[in-house]
Design a protein around this ligand. Structure first.
Ligand code: ATP
Ligand code: MG
Length: 285
């Protein structure tokens, strides 16, 4: 097994047959830093949730999964968090769809009245629902760098008009489908990021992870109250702690953030498990 690449959360290996083995670690990242310590079981939760979503979305877009069986030679501790996948040529755009306004989208809206070149109505606040879900792509930055917003015209320059159109269509449809299904389980999907790639046959394929608490903002629907930060099932909780007085971290300093205290680790783990269990209707473990 040849090690190919390590991202913030996943390691990629090449298998003898040319397929890839994607292994999710328990690490958590925020503000472009990999944090300490790990969140126990996180890799397994994200992997299992993505696998469940890949199945739900199979009629929208094909996915990269080949097998969930651990290949020969893989350590037993990878069970549940390793997936054999098709090797794709990744599209050089992070495909984001937003149904609600918050985070970097809100910042951009306050500055310009639009997000990634999409004009929005006046008077929206933190947590507002958008009239329609919108495509707000970003660049795919290297490890440690920050993804920058792209306008649709910039996506067209990067990949051509036809592909850009297709990326927008698939991204917004996955958002719509995910948001509809999550709504039935009392969860708002505020926004989500997907990664797409090309198969050797020229098919556009969904890769990486999908509709997880790492790639999406999940809010409990019964507590949604626009006008400020929303309670969430995702790592917003960790981001909020990092920027709190308790953490004592100056984000602007460029220094790495302090280690997460045990109670934050435990609550983060519980939130990830709750998101998994509510969405899939299955017990984790
Ligand atoms: P983040 O997901 O936080 O934006 P990242 O992409 O560095 O950052 P990881 O999820 O750790 O985070 O890395 C997985 C890497 O594997 C990504 O670069 C992704 O594009 C790539 N990848 C995922 N699926 C495939 C695939 N089927 N073929 C080729 N590369 C893939
Ligand atoms: Mg990723």
């Amino acid at each position: 097994m040849k090690h190919l690449h390590s991202g913030k959360v996943r390691d990629l290996y090449e298998l003898p047959g040319g397929e890839l083995l994607m292994v999710a670690r328990d690490t958590i990242s925020a503000y472009d830093f990999v944090l300490e310590p790990v969140i126990p079981d996180k890799g397994k939760i994200l992997t299992q949730l993505s696998l469940w979503w890949f199945e739900q979305l199979a009629d929208v877009v094909p996915n990269h999964v080949i097998s969930t069986e651990l290949p020969d030679g893989a350590p037993a501790e990878w069970a549940g968090r390793a997936v054999v996948v098709r090797r794709l040529e990744m599209v050089p755009v992070e495909c984001v769809a937003r149904g609600y306004l918050t985070g970097s989208g809100l910042k951009e809206y306050r500055r310009s009245g639009s997000v990634c070149g999409v004009p929005l109505p006046e008077g929206l606040v933190d947590g507002s629902k958008l009239p329609e879900p919108i495509f707000t792509p970003t660049t795919k930055a290297a490890l440690g760098a920050h993804d920058e917003p792209m306008t649709f015209a910039e996506v067209v320059s990067a990949v051509g008009a036809e592909v850009a159109e297709r990326l927008r269509e698939v991204t917004v449809e996955i958002y719509r489908r995910g948001a509809r299904l999550a709504a039935e389980r009392g969860i708002i999907v505020a926004d989500t990021k997907i990664e797409l790639g090309w198969s050797p046959e020229g098919e556009l394929v969904l890769a990486d992870e999908v509709l997880t608490p790492d790639s999406s903002r999940f809010w409990p629907a019964d507590r949604w109250a626009p006008g400020g930060p929303q309670p969430s099932f995702d790592k917003q909780f960790v981001r909020d702690w990092l920027t709190s007085a308790e953490a004592g971290w100056d984000r602007a300093s460029g220094d790495p953030p302090p280690p997460l205290p045990p109670h934050i680790v435990e609550r983060t783990r519980a939130k990830y498990i709750e998101a998994y269990e509510r969405l899939t209707g299955r017990a984790f473990g």
